[in-house]
Design a protein around this ligand. Structure first.
Ligand SMILES: NC(=O)c1ccc[n+]([C@@H]2O[C@H](COP(=O)([O-])OP(=O)(O)OC[C@H]3O[C@@H](n4cnc5c(N)ncnc54)[C@H](OP(=O)(O)O)[C@@H]3O)[C@@H](O)[C@H]2O)c1
Length: 301
């Protein structure tokens, strides 16, 4: 199977690259903006194509002969209007896949409903809609995940730092919002298996483990880390102040902290049962096991 992987210099794409490389039946091609950033294991042949989704010619070359294309890209870090960039990027990608006769696009976006979504999440939803808008010409499997538990995830880095540094954690109102975190290992399981799934037409797959609030995530992570933490509710703390408060104690930028706080203003709960129906072989890790795995992965680095 010829596979094009985008986002291989990013968090999820880099991990998926490692997993795909373990499959002998996969012939992998990476599509990256800067080939010097790619870490390649010795002994496995991987083709690296340099380009950008804003450069249609580079997309055309990269997609030639591909069966499946993973779309693990977003424009949040870019200067300018990230929503417009995300739209153009997805449109260019879908059209180039159609022209190259790619059979399937696999995309990972965010969990949540359009009516209550933050700007960032809305853009992830729009990206999925654009990629999957031509079902007769190209099939799309669209995964939607909430908070991912793993060392490279900004949300997990925030949880980890708060628990590690603060004996008393103030809890703004948004910590009560319910979400369904998922271990990064499980996200990779789904993405990996999706390339071989025998289905017709598009599919949307919401993925997540147990339902819990952000407050519970903090408490249960503290337990795994062997810390006793006192959570103190504060009646009013604006999203802006909450975000400043988060960056004081965690290694993320204001932009990332704000995206998390805005995202937690509304519930991110799975809305379909397709993960269980189409991927029964995936065993979901409990939240505690996911935190343990992320902590030991962090120590190993
Ligand atoms: N991380 C999470 O916790 C999480 C949770 C839920 C859903 N997701 C979804 O998973 C997907 C991947 O997220 P991530 O966390 O892995 O992102 P990430 O670490 O920020 O990586 C983004 C990747 O996209 C590449 N990229 C950006 N613009 C590009 C362009 N125009 N052309 C080619 N490549 C481009 C970047 O390349 P450079 O290295 O050159 O910048 C980078 O490799 C996203 O759709 C995200 O919404 C992530």
């Amino acid at each position: 199977m010829n596979i094009l992987l985008t986002g291989a210099t990013g968090y999820i794409g880099n991990l998926l690259k490692e997993k795909l490389l373990q499959d002998e039946s996969v012939c992998l091609r990476l599509f990256v903006r800067n080939a010097a950033k790619v870490e390649l294991p010795a002994g496995r042949k991987v083709e690296v194509c340099e380009g950008s989704t804003f450069d249609k010619d580079s997309l055309r070359k990269a997609l030639k002969g591909m069966d499946v294309a993973y779309y693990l890209i977003h424009s949040m870090g870019a200067k300018g209007d990230f929503e417009e960039l995300d739209r153009t990027s997805a449109e260019n990608f879908r059209e180039a896949c159609i022209k190259a006769r790619v059979k399937r696009i696999i995309y990972l976006g965010g969990l949540g409903r359009k009516e209550t979504a933050s700007k960032h999440l809305l853009s992830r939803i729009e990206t999925g809609e654009i990629l999957s808008s031509q079902p007769t010409r190209i099939q799309t499997i669209w995964f939607r995940a909430g908070i991912i538990i793993g060392t490279g995830s900004a949300s997990f880095r925030i949880i980890h730092s708060l628990v590690r540094k603060l004996p008393l954690i103030v809890t703004p109102r948004w910590v009560h919002t319910r979400t369904q975190p998922i271990a990064v290992q499980n996200v990779l399981d789904y993405l990996f298996l999706a390339k071989d799934l025998k289905i017709q037409g598009n599919l949307m797959v919401d993925v997540g483990s147990e339902r819990m609030s952000f407050k519970e995530m903090l408490e249960r992570a503290a337990h795994v880390m062997g810390r006793r933490r006192l959570l103190i509710p504060v009646p009013v703390l604006s999203p802006r102040l909450s975000s400043y408060w988060l960056i004081l104690f965690s290694p993320v930028s204001y932009r990332i902290a704000r995206a998390l706080v805005d995202g937690l203003k509304s519930e991110t709960i799975i809305q379909n049962d397709n993960a269980r129906l189409y991927f029964p072989q995936v065993t979901l890790l409990s939240y505690e096991k996911a935190v343990e795995a992320a902590l030991s992965e962090g120590k190993a680095k």
